[in-house]
Design a protein around this ligand. Structure first.
Ligand code: ADP
Ligand code: MG
Length: 701
């Protein structure tokens, strides 16, 4: 007689396999409403767990089914305490002797003395204080992890009889206070409901493309029997997601077809002069982007184009070209940036070039005095100003352009939905979106449908990839001596301060203190400036200008330098406590160096490896491994898991859960043709609307 289906059992009908006994029959008809039920209807979910799940974006049973494991455990050998070899991953079956926890700074360390018949070892868990009360003497444990210099560092564990550390056990995106185990147990409970979600793809399509049923894919996603099976399941779900998205994007595009913009005539002499004034020749990639933009601007449908290019790839030159296309015919352009610092930087870059061309540029930010603001608004309203640069202050309703023809939105995902919608009201300008950090939604909207995309894949040819190194705190003095060597050779440097919890004011104070400390120690004798979010605009501008002019050697900064700061002579950056930053943030920070022909360096300083969380280790490793922003964006998602993008969701961004944007390009083609075929399916239409969320673009009305 067969034993109960193992937890990693083969799901029903997957690739033609047998039906397991444990999937309850739910009748022939799917019951999509079942998936809409709250997680609180599940066994073991009280208000506390419900709250924790909500933080991961899991509210309904369906959300739980769609919570994709970020990876699966691979096979590890079972060993005895005496039989542990080196630092190989291993599984131990042990009993708790005693356990105790303590805090060290922001780290919680839980230590348990555990033993089997061959010996005793100290097992450690980081940042899982809630576990302490479970580890009473005599508790049986199955541990998975590695030996380190303190004992055994646990990566996953089972208490009592559970065997979920087995091969291919799913590892979910989780929060610190929600154990893997809880997620595993809960998904186990809902797998039987997978069929109630229904099957969006017709049988013919499925058999042609050899696709598993959606329900089976969902089961296999959580309980695969091999990596390969998990991947096939993921791709099936990614296809559904992309088809839904296609359907949604088609609707969006159809709506926009009804908007009207005034076509611009082809580029003339102002743009020829612009090219002459530029201190460099545009790269092929920049020229290609410009070709696409020129084509769009000649149409009577408003341009909606996304310019993707990694940090430092030269998007600004293309943006200014686009703005000048409007100015050349006596109309106006607007450039919007997410922060004041970035708006100011754009303004400084653009103003110099524009002065040569006789084009007037205004900077509109919230830090203008009332009088300055009125004056600026007046100039914009009268049409005296050709290009307005600013933050969201620019797009507040009171700013009336005399004749806005082109809007450039830098790093659009930083804009709130309402802000973007505000600019669009009553006008349909041509819009160019620029981004250096391809978040899934941006990519989704672009590669996939309703935005045209230009990509600057290669940076200007004289760039060398930034060399990134990761050092632990004990060796940070070496990082500073390296930095001083750069300074002594006439280069400049950035030191990025640790993130501190709390207000902008606290952050600012910490940065000031750190600058002071560095002036007294590591950077004694050098000219050290400091920028943070609490400086008055004039002060910040003065510091930035001094750094740009080479009057400061080092800029100690908070993440306000994340975007836009452009000083080619700055060739080295130290990021302190780099483990606390997100991957996208680190990449943006790193982009401040490597802007000239000189070889540049980025030194990431962190605590010791043993103290870092698994995801912090992965982030730092990823930073060292690649400078490719697209690759990092994808890595970032894998590491964080979609669940932790809740913040992004609140700002109107919806994510793709299953799609891996690089690996799944082929699925996209498939999704496009399926969307043509299945566009009216109500199941798809529903999920399409959900995916699009409430997001709006500039230019939509
Ligand atoms: P991005 O906005 O894409 O991060 P920027 O537009 O700020 O990048 O450009 C980064 C740097 O590269 C700037 O110093 C800019 O002057 C320079 N640059 C841009 N295009 C070229 C080019 N075609 N050749 C050489 N340098 C360039
Ligand atoms: Mg830029």
């Amino acid at each position: 007689m067969p034993t109960a289906t193992p937890r990693t059992g083969l799901p029903a009908g997957f690739g033609g396999a047998d039906l397991p006994e444990r999937l309850p029959r739910t009748g022939a008809m799917p019951r999509p409403d079942v998936l809409e039920r709250g997680v609180d209807t599940l066994l073991g979910v009280g208000p506390a767990v419900q709250r924790k799940l909500a933080r991961l974006g899991i509210v309904t049973v369906g959300d739980l089914l769609a919570h994709r494991p970020r990876r699966y455990e691979t096979a590890a050998d079972e060993r005895t305490v005496a039989g542990l070899i080196g630092d190989d991953e291993a599984v131990l079956e042990v009993v708790v002797r005693r356990a105790s926890g303590r805090r060290r700074g922001r780290l919680h360390i839980l230590t348990a003395h555990v033993a089997d018949e061959t010996g005793e070892i100290r097992a450690t868990w980081f940042n899982q204080p809630w576990l302490e009360k479970e580890l009473t003497p005599g508790t049986r444990l199955r541990l998975r992890g590695k030996r380190n210099r303190f004992g055994f560092q646990v990566s996953s564990y089972d208490l009592g009889d559970a065997t979920q550390t087995a091969d291919f056990a799913p590892v979910y995106p989780a929060t610190a206070d929600l154990a893997q185990k809880t997620l595993r147990t809960l998904t186990e409970q809902v797998l039987g409901l997978a069929r109630d979600g229904g099957e969006p793809l017709p049988a013919r399509t499925r058999s042609q493309a050899e696709l598993p049923l959606r329900a089976d894919a969902l089961v296999a996603l959580h309980r695969p029997r091999s990596e390969d099976q998990a991947e096939r399941a993921r791709r099936r779900l990614a296809l559904d997601e992309l088809v839904s998205l296609q359907v949604a994007l088609r609707r969006r595009a159809a709506e926009r077809e009804s908007l009207v913009a005034e076509p611009l005539p082809p580029p003339g002499p102002v743009l020829t002069r612009y090219r002459e004034e530029l201190p460099f020749t545009l790269t092929d990639a920049q020229e290609r982007a410009i070709d696409g933009i020129d084509a769009d601007l000649g149409r009577s449908i408003p341009m909606q184009r996304l310019l993707q290019g990694d940090v430092g790839s030269g998007k600004t030159a293309v943006a200014l070209y686009t703005l000048l296309r409007a100015v050349e015919v006596g109309r106006q352009g607007a450039l919007m940036a997410p922060t004041e610092t970035l708006a100011e930087q754009h303004f400084l870059t653009i103003e110099t070039l524009c002065a040569e061309l006789g084009v007037r540029v205004a900077l509109l930010t919230s830090s203008l005095t009332a009088r300055e603001r009125r004056a600026a608004h007046q100039l914009v309203a009268s049409g005296d100003v050709g290009i307005a640069v600013g933050t969201h202050a620019l797009i507040q309703r009171e700013v009336a352009f005399s004749d806005l023809a082109v809007a450039v939105v830098d790093e659009q995902h930083r804009f709130g939905v309402e802000q973007r919608a505000a600019l669009a009201e009553g006008r349909s300008p041509h819009v160019l979106h620029m981004t250096a950090t391809p978040i899934p939604r941006t990519l989704a909207l672009t590669v996939y449908g309703d935005l045209a995309v230009s990509e600057i894949a290669a940076p200007p040819a004289d760039r060398k990839p930034i060399v990134t190194a990761w050092v632990t705190e004990e060796r940070s003095s070496e990082a500073y001596s390296r930095l001083r060597r750069h300074l002594d050779a006439g280069r400049q440097a950035y030191v990025v301060c640790p993130l501190v919890e709390g207000s902008e004011t606290r952050l600012a104070r910490a940065a000031e203190d750190e600058a002071e400390r560095l002036r007294a120690h590591e950077l004694r004798g050098y000219r050290v400036g400091c920028v943070h979010g609490r400086l008055k605009t004039a002060e910040r501008r003065a510091v930035m200008a001094a750094f740009t002019a080479g009057e400061l050697d080092v800029l100690v900064a908070t993440t306000v330098i994340e975007v836009g700061v452009d000083v080619p002579n700055a060739t080295i950056m130290i990021v302190q406590e780099a483990d606390r930053f997100g991957l996208a943030q680190l990449h943006q920070l790193r982009g401040r160096v490597g802007r000239g022909a000189e070889q540049s360096f980025c030194l990431l300083v962190s605590g010791s490896r043993d103290e870092l969380s698994e995801s912090a280790l992965e982030r730092l490793e990823a930073m060292v491994a690649t400078t490719d922003g697209f690759e990092l964006a994808e890595r970032d998602l894998e590491i964080r898991g979609e669940g932790q993008l809740v913040g992004a969701r609140q700002s109107g961004l919806t994510d793709l859960r299953f799609t891996r944007l690089r690996a799944d390009r082929d699925l996209l083609e498939q999704a496009k043709s399926l969307a043509d075929e299945l566009g009216d399916d109500p199941l798809l239409a529903d999920s399409a609307e959900r995916l699009l969320g409430e997001a709006e673009h500039v230019g939509d009305s």
